[in-house]
Design a protein around this ligand. Structure first.
Ligand SMILES: [Zn+2]
Length: 309
């Protein structure tokens, strides 16, 4: 067993990454426990992502207010998933920026059935969550000139979803990676492309940052990016063997021995990942060949509780 895959504990809360650049890190990396961040300029604040619930986002905002009372002018969404956007309205008044597809998909998918959310993810209070789509969208690249600082928003093509962006601070060597990095929690690739995600990780690594803020998990260096990469490569390879044998998604998900990745929580995501890899193996486009997310969530939950995954 390779020791580096064991799940450590880490310090949650605000973490300063460089002068005026902060990550907001959760103690857990599991379902709906997502990270965020913020950058403080001379006159205003830029926030990276809201959180899954109103309460979690309000707590994040309270933490920002302990550091600065400057107005929050921009809120960047790294992608459309609810754990990065459903608290957007807590930052009312901020101008929201995202990729074109993120805005499109946030509106199209809306809020998942609250009854289902409350049934599966019982530790959260989802009351009051809302879709608040972006005011400004872009495709490839957008740069915020914040005083002397460059805040680069970059899209590399479909990865974790079709609309992920990273927030890159080139001078400080900091990247807010969104869900391109899941660290010590199973990566979830049901709506994107494994091949694209791997390509994007390589592009991101080539930017040479010294510190990454994962969407889930502790702040890391390039070694954290590589651990996430290892999972994607491993599952891609194991799934391909079973696809070629003609197995069904459920058969393959049950059959894959996750080995060292069994230690990472939410290993039931193998089911959603195999669902995507089956479509990818058939050459289907993730923006048109969509999964029924609620159905897959329910099936994952049922199979995990039955000990099948
Ligand atoms: Zn996500």
């Amino acid at each position: 067993m390779n020791k580096e895959y064991t799940v450590p504990t880490w310090e949650p809360g605000i973490k300063q990454l460089a002068p005026n650049i902060y990550a907001y890190i959760q103690a857990k990396a599991t379902w709906y426990w997502s990270n965020a961040g913020f950058i403080v300029g001379n006159d205003y604040v830029v926030v990276v992502d809201s959180l899954a619930t109103v309460g979690l986002t309000q707590r994040f905002k309270d933490e920002i207010r302990k550091i600065t009372d400057k107005p929050i002018r921009y809120l960047i969404n790294t992608h459309h998933h609810g754990d990065h956007t459903w608290g957007n309205h807590v930052f009312a008044g901020a101008i929201i920026i995202s990729h074109n597809y993120c805005r499109h998909e946030a509106i199209e998918t809306g809020i998942m059935d609250p009854g289902l959310l409350n049934t599966i993810f019982t530790e959260f209070d989802f009351r009051g969550i809302a879709v608040t789509p972006a005011d400004i969208t872009f495709d490839k690249q957008l740069t915020l000139h914040m005083d002397e600082r460059k805040v680069r928003l970059l899209h590399f093509g479909t990865g974790h979803t079709a609309g992920d962006i990273i927030v890159h601070l080139p001078e400080e060597g900091v990247i807010f990676a969104g869900d391109f990095i899941f660290l010590y929690s199973t990566p979830l690739g049901m709506e994107g492309s494994f091949a694209g995600w791997l390509r994007n990780l390589d592009i991101m690594a080539n930017l040479g940052a010294r510190v990454y803020v994962p969407g889930h998990g502790p702040v890391c260096g390039v070694e954290g990016l590589n651990l996430c990469r290892d999972y994607l490569v491993f599952v891609q390879g194991e799934a391909k063997k079973r696809f070629d044998k003609g197995m069904t998604v459920d058969e393959a998900a049950k059959d894959i021995d996750l080995g060292q990745f069994k230690q990472w929580p939410n290993r039931e995501r193998i089911l959603a990942n195999v669902e995507r890899l089956w479509r990818e193996s058939r050459g289907e486009d993730p923006t048109t060949s969509k999964l029924n997310v609620a159905e897959v969530f329910l099936r994952m939950d049922t199979m995990a509780k039955a000990g099948e995954l």
